[in-house]
Ligand binder design. Structure first.
Ligand code: SAM
Length: 209
């Protein structure tokens, strides 16, 4: 199966609306990623098919779990999971934060080239980021342990905010090491089309005070 067909079939398996248009946008994003990656080290995943499964479809598998419209992806790197979410769901308002300026420059270029109106790129350390309004959902992938992530972003978590941390196979020790004031609602297995590796989503909220 060629890359376009693999992407198209993955989008269908994930029930993504407007799949033709989403696939076109993602393929343009992939070209920019491969182009920039020749000069800047943005991602270790460079193969056409792997970008589709490990980056695009993996990011989109989280879509049914997003709550509300204001979504923050911190430690987004080359835009995962935030940018595929913004492309697939124009009704979401995405803010993508990373402390690495070459990555946020790349992301700004993708947003401009694809004409994405629902995505803001912020170059900042998350612990210093002070948004004007709270987010409905914070989503992360491969940023740090759960306890470290919560320490970095606790100023952004209100009682109505959901944190969704994408993980491979978190250990019991990691799941049990949450700081006081937070609890795990559920650990949801994620099925990513074309990817055999174990993936899951840890859903965390703040306890009511
Ligand atoms: N989420 C992306 C993915 O799954 O492909 C990137 C993961 S990469 C391993 C971690 C990213 O977190 C890096 O791009 C790094 O610059 C960023 N990062 C680490 N600490 C950060 C902080 N305190 N604030 C914002 N970004 C941070």
């Amino acid at each position: 199966m060629n890359t376009r067909a693999r992407l198209r079939s993955g989008l269908e398996a994930l029930s993504i609306d407007n799949a033709d248009n989403v696939a076109e946008q993602l393929l343009r994003y992939r070209s920019l990623l491969q182009q920039w990656n020749q000069v800047h080290n943005l991602t270790a995943i460079t193969d056409d098919a792997d970008i589709v499964t490990h980056h695009f479809l993996d990011s989109l598998a989280v879509l049914p779990h997003i709550k509300g419209t204001r979504v923050l992806d911190f430690g987004t790197g080359a835009g995962f999971p935030g940018l595929p979410l913004a492309i697939a769901r124009p009704g979401l308002e995405l803010t993508l934060v990373d402390s690495n300026q070459k990555k946020t420059r790349f992301l700004q270029q993708v947003v401009t080239t694809l004409g994405l109106k629902n995505t803001e790129i912020v170059h900042a350390r998350i612990e210093q980021f002070q948004p004007a309004a709270k987010f409905d959902t914070l989503v992360t992938r491969a940023v740090a342990s759960l306890a470290e992530q919560l320490a970095l972003c606790q100023h952004l978590l209100g009682e109505a905010t959901t944190l969704l941390a994408m993980k491979g196979d978190p250990s019991a020790a990691e799941l049990e090491a949450l700081p006081p004031g937070f609890y795990i609602i559920e650990v949801v297995p994620l099925r990513v089309p074309g990817l055999d590796a174990g993936r899951c989503l840890v859903h965390i909220e703040k306890t009511e005070s």
